[in-house]
Design a protein around this ligand. Structure first.
Ligand code: ADP
Ligand code: TRP
Length: 340
C-alpha cells in the first residue's frame, strides 16, 4: 500500500489511521530502532494520524513481577518519547488506559473459532520456548485484533513476525461483520517493515532480547563500546584482506554510517591493514552519536517520571474517546445492552 502522504490523507476520505503496539518486554535495542521505531517516526512525519501504544496487557502473558512490569513500561514509554514520538501529533498511550479494549476482546472471542487461534505460530513458538501455556497467551491474537479495530486502524506497521496476527485480525473483522450483517469494523492492513531491516545481533543471529545479543539504545557510551567490542567476527589477522559482505560489524555499520562512509570502510576491509577492532570502535562511535540527544532526553524523562505519566494520560483520554465510539457501534450491533 502506498504511503505517499497526499494519498494517505485522502484514504477513506479521512487521514489514514496508523496503529501499532509496542510490547514492553525488554530494553530497547538497535533491532527495535531499525525494525520498528524508525518506521513509526516516518509515518508520524508524513502527517498520518498515528496511534501508538504500550501493550502492557500483552506483556502480562510473560511478565509476572510487578516491579519489573512497571520499570519496563516506563523505560519503553520514555524511550519512544525520547526518540521522537510526539504526543501532540500522535496518540501515545497505555493499552491499560483503555479498558474498552478488553471488553472488545471478550466480544471478539465469542465470534472467534478456537481452530483459528490454534493456527497461531507465535503461540506454538512461545510454548516451545517454555512459556506457561496460559489462556492469555492463547488469546493474545484476539486482544491484538481488538487493539487494532477499536481505533478503526487502516494500516498496521509491524515486523514480519506479526504478519499472521494482523491476518487473524482481518479474519475476525470479516467474521464479526458477516455475523452482525453490517460493516461495523474497519478492515485493517499490515504494513510489513522491509526485510532489509533484519538487524543482526552480536552473534550474527537476529538481534533479540531473547538471545542476549543486543546493543541497547539507552546504554552509556562505555557500555555501547563494550557491547560493540563483543561482536563475533572470524579470526582473519589485521593485515589480511577481509570480506565486508560476511561480517556482522559491517552489517551494523551499513545501518549507521553514511553510504559514502560505509563504502569507504568496505574498501578498507578488502585492502587489509584494517582490523575488526577499528570497525567495532567506529560502530560504537556512530551508535553513541546517533542516540546522544535521545539519551539525554531519556535521562530527563526518567528523572521526571510524572511528565511521562502525564503524556500517557493525555494520550489515554484521546484513545478512550475513539474506543468508546467504536464500542457503542459494536454493542449496538450485537445487542449488548448497557445502562451507561
Ligand atoms: P525482541 O526480538 O528483542 O523480543 P520484539 O519482538 O519485542 O524484540 O520487537 C518489537 C519489534 O521490533 C518487532 O516487531 C520488530 O519489528 C522489531 N525488531 C526487533 N528485533 C529486530 C531485529 N533484529 N531486526 C529487525 N527488527 C526487529
Ligand atoms: N504483538 C505485538 C508485538 O509483539 C505487539 C502488539 C500488541 C501490536 N497489539 C498490537 C502490534 C496491535 C500491532 C497492533 O510486537
Amino acid at each position: 500500500m502506498s504511503l505517499d502522504p497526499a494519498a494517505a490523507l485522502r484514504y477513506h476520505g479521512r487521514a489514514m489511521r496508523i496503529l501499532s503496539g509496542i510490547q514492553p518486554s525488554g530494553r530497547l535495542h538497535l533491532g527495535n530502532y531499525f525494525g520498528a521505531i524508525r518506521q513509526y517516526l516516518a509515518l508520524q512525519e508524513q502527517g498520518n494520524q498515528c496511534f501508538y501504544f504500550i501493550a502492557n496487557y500483552h506483556a502480562l502473558t510473560g511478565i509476572s513481577d510487578r516491579a519489573a512490569m512497571e520499570e519496563i513500561t516506563l523505560h519503553v514509554a520514555a524511550g519512544y518519547l525520547a526518540m521522537g514520538i510526539d504526543p501532540d501529533r500522535s496518540v501515545f498511550f497505555l493499552q491499560s488506559d483503555v479498558p474498552q479494549v478488553t471488553e472488545l476482546c471478550w466480544i471478539l472471542n465469542c465470534y472467534c473459532p478456537v481452530s483459528l487461534m490454534e493456527k497461531a505460530t507465535s503461540y506454538k513458538d512461545k510454548i516451545a520456548r517454555g512459556l506457561p501455556a496460559n489462556m492469555g497467551l492463547f488469546d493474545y491474537p484476539v486482544l491484538q485484533a481488538a487493539d487494532i479495530v477499536i481505533y478503526d486502524a487502516d494500516l498496521v506497521p509491524v515486523g514480519r513476525d506479526q504478519k499472521q496476527h494482523v491476518e487473524m485480525a482481518r479474519d475476525l473483522v470479516g467474521k464479526f461483520n458477516r455475523a452482525v450483517g453490517k460493516d461495523v469494523l474497519v478492515l485493517p492492513e499490515a504494513h510489513i517493515v522491509p526485510e532489509v531491516a533484519v538487524v543482526p545481533g552480536l552473534d550474527g543471529q537476529k538481534m533479540s532480547k531473547s538471545y542476549d545479543n543486543t546493543i541497547e539504545i539507552f546504554a552509556t557510551s562505555k557500555q555501547t563500546k563494550k557491547r560493540c567490542a563483543a561482536i563475533v567476527t572470524d579470526s582473519t589477522a589485521l593485515e589480511e584482506p577481509k570480506d565486508p559482505d560476511k561480517c556482522n560489524v559491517m552489517s551494523l555499520l551499513k545501518l549507521l554510517a553514511s553510504p559514502e562512509e560505509a563504502d569507504e570502510i568496505a574498501s578498507k576491509y578488502r585492502a587489509g591493514e584494517y582490523g575488526y577492532g577499528h570497525a567495532k570502535a567506529r560502530l560504537a562511535e556512530l551508535t553513541n552519536e546517533k542516540f546522544a540527544a535521545a539519551r539525554d532526553r531519556y535521562a530527563e524523562l526518567i528523572k521526571r517520571g510524572d511528565t511521562v505519566r502525564d503524556m500517557l494520560a493525555t494520550g489515554g483520554r484521546k484513545a478512550r474517546e475513539v474506543a468508546e465510539a467504536t464500542m457503542r457501534r459494536v454493542r449496538e450491533a450485537c445487542g449488548i445492552m448497557t445502562s451507561r
